[in-house]
Design a protein around this ligand. Structure first.
Ligand code: ZN
Length: 210
C-alpha cells in the first residue's frame, strides 16, 4: 500500500534482522514479518522469524526454507481481496498503489496454495479490522485448503503461534471455555463459519440463537 512503484524490495539488512531476532529472543517474544517481496521474506525466514504474514511473492525455495526453520505462513487473504476489490474503484488508491492492489488478491491465493501444498504450517489471520474477518475461511478453502485445516489454523495453530495454547486453541479440560457453534456443517460448507449461532467467552454465554 506504500506510495512506491514496487513493494518488493527488501527493507531490512541481514544484520538488522539478526539484531531484531536476538533482542526479541532475549525478551522471550516471537517475531512476525509482514513480507511481500521474496528477498525480504527469505532474509526474515533465515534470520529466524516465527511467522511470515502475506507471503505474497513466495517461491519454492522460500517454502523449503520455511519447512526447515518451522516458520508458519499467515496468508491474510481477506486484506488482499479487499485491496483488489477497491482497486476497481476509480480514485480510491493513488494510481501507483492501484496497480499493485489490483494484482495482490489472486497472487496471494496462489501463494497460500503453493505453501500449503509444500507442507508449510498455515495460521489463520486477516491483517485487517474489517467486518468480514470470518470470510477468510471461505477464501482459504478456495485457495485449496481442506475445511478442517482452516479451522485448526484459526484455533490450535493460532494459539500455538501466539504461545497461548496452554489455555486457548482447543476444547480441553483446564483450558479457557471460549467456544463457538455455527449453523450447518463447516466441513461440508465452510461459509457456515460466517453464521455463528452460539458464542461462549470464558464460560459465559453471549449469544445463543436457535
Ligand atoms: Zn501486513
Amino acid at each position: 500500500m506504500s506510495v512506491a512503484t514496487s513493494g518488493q524490495n527488501p527493507q531490512f539488512t541481514e544484520d538488522e534482522l539478526e539484531a531484531i531476532i536476538t533482542t526479541a529472543r532475549e525478551y522471550g517474544l516471537p517475531v512476525a514479518a509482514h513480507a511481500h517481496g521474496i528477498e525480504g521474506m527469505k532474509r526474515a525466514i533465515r534470520a529466524g522469524v516465527n511467522s511470515i504474514e502475506h507471503g505474497t511473492f513466495i517461491d519454492d525455495e522460500a517454502v523449503n526454507l520455511m519447512k526447515q526453520k518451522g516458520t508458519v505462513l499467515v496468508p491474510t487473504l481477506t486484506v488482499a481481496e479487499w485491496a483488489t476489490e477497491k482497486a476497481k474503484e476509480e480514485g480510491y488508491f493513488p494510481e501507483v498503489v492501484r496497480k499493485k492492489a489490483a494484482e495482490v488478491g489472486p497472487v496471494t491465493k496462489k501463494a497460500l496454495e503453493r505453501a500449503y501444498k509444500g507442507g508449510v504450517k498455515i495460521v489463520f489471520g486477516t491483517d485487517f479490522s474489517g467486518d468480514n474477518n470470518l470470510g477468510e475461511f471461505a477464501l482459504m478453502v478456495k485457495a485449496g485448503m481442506k475445511p478442517m485445516d482452516t479451522i485448526v489454523a484459526a484455533t490450535l495453530s493460532a494459539a500455538q503461534l501466539q504461545r497461548v495454547d496452554n489455555k486457548l486453541g482447543s476444547i480441553k479440560a483446564g483450558k479457557v471455555a471460549d467456544i463457538v457453534a455455527v449453523k450447518g456443517n463447516p466441513i461440508e460448507d465452510i461459509s457456515s463459519m460466517e453464521n455463528m449461532m452460539f458464542v461462549m467467552k470464558n464460560g459465559k454465554i453471549y449469544k445463543n440463537e436457535k
